[in-house]
Design a protein around this ligand. Structure first.
Ligand SMILES: [Zn+2]
Length: 141
């Protein structure tokens, strides 16, 4: 019975993720779908033929010019094994938790007050764009 419902459930999952995340969607090389929510990104969800994996977005600077996404997994659901209501409740809860955890890592810039993602903050508690302005000011004088 579950197998018969699978293609329909898969479409439901896509519709749910589109409406709850509302961001970009990418197809990965292995055929799974990756959904992003938030701007800057807060949540990443990967949907495969058997699993839906929810992660809190995180990123690291691999070089001064290369920011690489390093999502932190918060939960994996075997979506074919769960009844509809429980599946979507669990998925909604995981997305909410990942988003709250990500937003809790944001800090207000000491200079402009903008609420900023950790990868865009410098060690001096100011955001990258304020740090750049500061640097330009110094190089002029
Ligand atoms: Zn700033």
């Amino acid at each position: 019975m579950i197998a018969m419902d699978a293609p329909e459930r898969y479409e439901q999952l896509i519709a749910f993720l589109d409406s709850h995340l509302g961001g970009e969607r990418h197809e990965l090389a292995d055929g799974s779908l990756q959904f992003f929510g938030g701007d800057p990104p807060e949540v990443v969800v990967q949907l495969t033929e058997t699993s839906v994996i929810v992660s809190e977005f995180a990123a690291v600077w691999e070089s001064p010019y290369t920011l690489t996404a390093r999502p932190r997994r918060v939960g994996l659901l075997k979506w074919r094994r769960l009844p509809e209501t429980e599946l979507f409740n669990a998925l909604g809860t995981l997305i909410k938790g990942a988003r709250e955890s990500r937003l809790a890592s944001f800090r207000a810039c000491a200079e402009c007050g903008h609420n900023t993602a950790p990868e865009w903050m410098t060690g001096k508690a100011i955001c990258h764009s304020c740090a750049e302005k500061e640097q330009r000011r110094r190089s002029v004088h």
